[in-house]
Design a protein around this ligand. Structure first.
Ligand code: CA
Length: 225
């Protein structure tokens, strides 16, 4: 489980990161709305904790853009006590729940657990793109020519590309999802795992390819020849 925290107040942001880690989640943080949107659009998060009053892009603007891009990650809005109107607008914009500051640790953790559970039944047991089908539970990748099983890192990488549905996923986001923040030294390994996956796509005779977009990242593309 990976949580994104978008909060500009440094102390609260660091506290939230610590709390989420204590609850056993991986947590990343963004300090302004634009950075938060970039992170949230990656599709790698299971829950987003979103402050309303943010520099560069407000929490509600971020939420609207996220939903209009088709990203349905559960969002828990963090609002100040006097922002009643924001709560209503937030729910209208597609927030799943809200929590009024100050809140207790227990309450926050309970809401995050509830939101992550809510997402589970919505997730299809299989991810697909073009002629590919992946079962994240069994790590089995199927194509027109058969099936092959993926290693844990291959699975994490392909899962991100499938969830992005053809959109570009940056190398940085892939690295984070697969290795976490300690992944600096592993940066170039993304290429290694992409090459392993390409061999497996060829093995199952898929017409889908992993395309590298120079300076941007990777995406899936279905050949129609
Ligand atoms: Ca704020």
């Amino acid at each position: 489980m990976r949580i994104l925290i978008v909060e500009d107040e440094r102390h609260l942001r660091e506290t939230l990161v610590g709390l989420m880690q204590k609850c056993g989640y991986r947590a990343d943080a963004a300090a302004d709305g634009e950075r938060g949107l970039d992170c949230a659009l990656s599709g790698i998060y299971d829950v987003v904790l979103l402050d309303v009053m943010l520099p560069r892009l407000s929490g509600l603007e971020l939420l609207q853009k996220l939903r209009s891009e088709g990203v349905h990650v559960p969002v828990l809005l963090l609002t100040a006590r006097d922002e009643v109107e924001d709560k209503v607008r937030g729910l209208d914009c597609g927030a799943d729940d809200y929590l009024t500051k100050p809140f207790s640790t227990e309450e926050l953790c309970a809401r995050v657990r509830a939101l992550s559970r809510r997402q589970e039944p919505l997730q299809s047991p299989h991810l697909s793109f073009g002629d590919l089908s992946l079962s994240p539970h069994t790590a089995a990748l199927s194509g027109p020519g058969g099936s092959v099983s993926l290693g844990p890192k291959e699975l994490a990488l392909l899962e991100q590309l499938l969830r992005a549905g053809g959109r570009i996923v940056s190398k940085e986001q892939l690295t984070l999802k697969i290795w976490g923040f300690e992944g600096e030294a592993e940066y170039n390994n993304v290429e290694v795992y992409v090459s392993f996956l390409r061999k497996k796509l060829a093995f199952v005779e898929s017409r889908c390819e992993i395309r590298a977009r120079r300076g941007l990242g990777y995406c899936l593309e279905a050949r129609d020849d």
